[in-house]
Design a protein around this ligand. Structure first.
Ligand SMILES: *Cc1c(COP(=O)(O)O)cnc(C)c1O
Length: 393
C-alpha cells in the first residue's frame, strides 16, 4: 500500500512518453521550459558548446522562440534574429552590447523618445557620450561622426510621430567610412515594407508589439543581424542580464505574423487614402511619406515597398483644450499610444521637449493616427467630425 503510493507519486511527476508521430499540425507548439534536460552527464558538461543557437536553459530560448527568430530573420534577409521582451529592450540591449566606456553614440533626433531616456539615464553613467543629429541632412551627421570614437549611429525611418524619411544607404556609407555601426528601428515598416539590412544597416530593431503582434495584447521585440559575431555578443548580453521571452508571447507573435501581409496591405491603403484626402488643407499639415512632393518621398519610394497605417496631422497653435475636446468626441478611434493593432487609435503628441536638433515649436501638436481594421467609412466620418470640432475642416 505504502510502496504503491510512492510509485504513484513518481508517475505523477514523470508523464508517459506520447509519440508525436502522425501528428502534423500547422500551429507552432508552445514549448515551455525553465530547465532543459540532457541525455547524459557528459552532454551536460559540454553544454556551453550548444551556444549560441542551441538549447541550454529556458531563458536562452525554446523551440517556440527559435521559430519566431527564424521567421523574423528570414523576413529581413538576416543571418540571425533574437527575440526580446519589448521593442525598447531590442534597442537598449543592442546599444548595451556594442558600446563601452569612452564611446560616442549618435542618435537621430526623431527616434522613439525612450531611446533618448536610455542614453541620458543609463548610458551616460557608463561613460558613453550621446549626441543627436538631424537624420535628414547628411552633412549634419558627417560633421558629428568622430572617427574611431563614434561606435554606433541609430536611426528610425520614418521618424516617430514627425515621420521624416532618412536616406539609410547614404547614412550607412558615412558610418562605415567612419568605422561606426549603424542601427535602425524598423517598427513602422516591418520586414514586409523595408529590409534595412539590405540597405547597409548592421543592426535592425523592431517592436513586435506593434504590427507583428498586431492585436494590442503582446509586448515583444526583435533584433536582426547579418554579422554572426554581433549576434553572439547580443545573445551573451541577454544571458548576462537574465532576459528571456515567454513562449506564450512568441506564440501570439507567430499567430500575428500569419496575417501581417493582409493587415499591412489594408491599413497602408487606407492610411495613404486618408492622408491624400486630408492634405492640401492650409490649416494643418499631413505627414505621410507616400504624399508626392513631401520631404523624403522619393527616398521612401526607392527604399520602401509601401506604407503601413501610421501617419500624423500637425496642428500649429491650437490650444490643448480644443484638441482634447475634439478627440473626446471620437466614436470609432480610441485614444492610446501603442499602435499597430486592429483598433484604430489616435493620440496628441507635443514633441518639442524631445527635440535637440530638429526645429519644433512648443505650440505644435502632432495627432498621431494609427489605422486599424474597422470600416474605413466609419473612420473617415470620425476624422471629419474631429476636424469640424477643431474648426479646421
Ligand atoms: C512602440 C515602439 C517601440 C517600443 O516598443 P515596445 O515593445 O512598446 O517597447 C520602439 N520603437 C518604435 C518606433 C515604437 O513605435
Amino acid at each position: 500500500m505504502r510502496k504503491n503510493s510512492h510509485l504513484d507519486e513518481t508517475l505523477c511527476v514523470i508523464p508517459p512518453e506520447t509519440p508525436l508521430e502522425g501528428f502534423a499540425s500547422l500551429a507552432v507548439p508552445v514549448y515551455r521550459a525553465s530547465t532543459i534536460v540532457f541525455p547524459d552527464a557528459a552532454t551536460y558538461r559540454s553544454r556551453a558548446g550548444r551556444a549560441p543557437d542551441g538549447y541550454t536553459y529556458g531563458l536562452s530560448g525554446t523551440p517556440t522562440a527559435r521559430t519566431l527568430e527564424r521567421q523574423m530573420s528570414a523576413l529581413h534577409n538576416a543571418e540571425r534574429a533574437i527575440i526580446v521582451p519589448s521593442g525598447q529592450a531590442a534597442i537598449s540591449i543592442a546599444m548595451l552590447t556594442v558600446l563601452k566606456e569612452g564611446d560616442h553614440l549618435l542618435i537621430a533626433d526623431n527616434v522613439y523618445p525612450p531611446v533618448k531616456d536610455f542614453a541620458h539615464d543609463i548610458l551616460i553613467n557608463l561613460g558613453i557620450e550621446t549626441e543627436y543629429f538631424d537624420p535628414t541632412r547628411l552633412s549634419d551627421l558627417e560633421g558629428r561622426l568622430r572617427e574611431g570614437r563614434t561606435k554606433l549611429a541609430w536611426v528610425e525611418s520614418p521618424g516617430s510621430t514627425s515621420m521624416e524619411i532618412c536616406d539609410i544607404p547614404s547614412i550607412a556609407r558615412l558610418c562605415k567610412s567612419a568605422g561606426a555601426l549603424l542601427g535602425c528601428d524598423n517598427t513602422w515598416a516591418t520586414g514586409l515594407l523595408c529590409k534595412p539590412l539590405d540597405l547597409g544597416v548592421d543592426i535592425v530593431a523592431e517592436a513586435l508589439t506593434k504590427y507583428v503582434g498586431g492585436h494590442s495584447d503582446v509586448l515583444l521585440g526583435a533584433i536582426m543581424f547579418r554579422d554572426m559575431d554581433l549576434y553572439k555578443r547580443v545573445r551573451n548580453t541577454m544571458g548576462c542580464l537574465g532576459v528571456g521571452v515567454s513562449p506564450d508571447d512568441c506564440s501570439l507573435a507567430l499567430r500575428g505574423l500569419q496575417t501581417l501581409g493582409l493587415r499591412l496591405r489594408h491599413v497602408g491603403a487606407v492610411s495613404e487614402d486618408f492622408a491624400g484626402r486630408l492634405s492640401g488643407n492650409g490649416n494643418y499639415a499631413v505627414l505621410h511619406p507616400s504624399l508626392p512632393g513631401s520631404p523624403g518621398h522619393e527616398v521612401w519610394r526607392r527604399d520602401f515597398k509601401g506604407s503601413s497605417g501610421v501617419f500624423s496631422v500637425q496642428l500649429d497653435g491650437v490650444p490643448a483644450e480644443v484638441i482634447d475636446g475634439a478627440l473626446d468626441k471620437l466614436q470609432t478611434f480610441a485614444i492610446g499610444a501603442s499602435w499597430g493593432g486592429t483598433r484604430s487609435i489616435i493620440v496628441p503628441m507635443v514633441i518639442a521637449a524631445d527635440r535637440h536638433v530638429l526645429p519644433c515649436s512648443q505650440t505644435t501638436t502632432h495627432l498621431r493616427i494609427s489605422i486599424g481594421l474597422e470600416n474605413e467609412d466609419h473612420l473617415w466620418a470620425d476624422l471629419e467630425q474631429m476636424l469640424r470640432s477643431l474648426h479646421l475642416d
